[in-house]
Ligand binder design. Sequence first.
Ligand code: ADP
Length: 475
Amino acid sequence: MVASEAMPFAKTGGLADVVSALPRALVRLGHAVDVVIPRYRGITAGDRVARVAVPLGTSVTDADIYAVTSAGVRTLFVDHPAYFDRECLYGVGNEDYADNAARFAFLARAAVEWAAAAGERYAVVHAHDWQTGLVPLLLRHTMAGAAAFRGVPAIFTIHNLAYQGLFETSWLPRLGLEWELLHVDAIEFWGRISFLKAGIVFGSRITTVSPQYAREIQTPEFGFGFDGILRSRSAHLSGILNGIDYDEWDPARDRHLPVPYDASRLDGKDAAKRLVLELVGLPADDEGRRRPLVGMISRLVDQKGFDLLADLGDELPRLDASFVLLGSGERRYEDVWRNLAARHPQRIAVRIGFDEAMAHRIEAGADVFLMPSRFEPCGLNQMYSLRYGTVPVVCATGGLCDTVRNVDPATGEGTGFTFGDCSPPALLAALRRALDAYRHRPVWRRIQAAGMAQDFSWESSARQYAALYERAYNK
Ligand code: ADP
């Protein structure tokens, strides 16, 4: 696997969790996995195991490869201080580093050179997101004739289509890429080049992080301009849901909770609710604890539906519920929620910031988890919520659609409440349905139990990736 981040070495987002958890799960299934990432500033793990010559444009630069093995996974670090010994991974503040094209072309080429020289015949190479989009291009175009790569498929996974690795065409010669690649059927994208498109066009198989998102990105609404090219590859495009880390997110052994609990004894959930109410300053008396608590943990951005919530504003505290929001992001949404909380201190509490312990407590202490995302490649919080017996209310999009089953009003079967059209009235209606169900304890208990019984372990995701690797390899 080749990626730009992996836990515990370097992380800016969920990609790092996947690139750490998936290899471990594959190893538990009996596979051998090496992961290649840059040797960023601060990474001290590993010993030097090799040196590879990395051609880029007209120059060839040596890169040392460091390696460390943990939980059966070997991580290889590409060392090139001029590119990777920097303050941040991709740029400072909102400014990307000006030479990101060269930095990540270097990573891709170094990984491929390592694979060609290592003498170990890798059966499959798997690259993640735009930063490693050139890996499939190198394997299946530039170095397609190399004996080491004969029959070796290049899998490419899209974790976030919003980041496309777009660069000026003048980079082509500097990266050693032929001008013929500047073509709509290759890596050209509206007058520039796109590393993401390189992965999509040259990948033997393309995956994204949920089946529904795999369908959605082939439509103009969700495709960010890539829907056409994705449609043309649809026979080789599929979605595999991310897993969640049950070592971290399991109410039976969550160190952040006052009393652990599981589906057979939910009293720990009441203890967590009381704790959250007290911590955020909402009423925690009998009346306050009886009232359903709606939790939200999120980046405060449009993607997560915060514009819909802002439209509802003072409608929310009119419901028979309390609300707690933990999040950070756009200033205007922070202000909306701070003002709401100031107007309705008995019903609405807000914590601005990033707080891991509080996130666990809200997942456990809330009765309902609200996640009205406009698009959601996979989403984690709804899966945590299901595990914690916290009933999700979500927009039926992407991974949310694949993980939350809408409660059938006739039978009461389901795990949460979904709404199809991402509008403020639809959101409000779904929330009302959830709050109504909450008042019918046996119905509610059944919904909670159905969610808690669902399996979102990495093992089942890893099995699907392994099956995909085998299909691609045997082709
Ligand atoms: P995304 O990656 O698009 O932000 P996900 O639902 O896939 O959305 O993952 C978000 C992760 O970040 C979850 O693990 C969530 O608990 C965590 N998170 C988001 N905001 C906060 C916050 N303010 N404090 C603590 N954890 C947060």
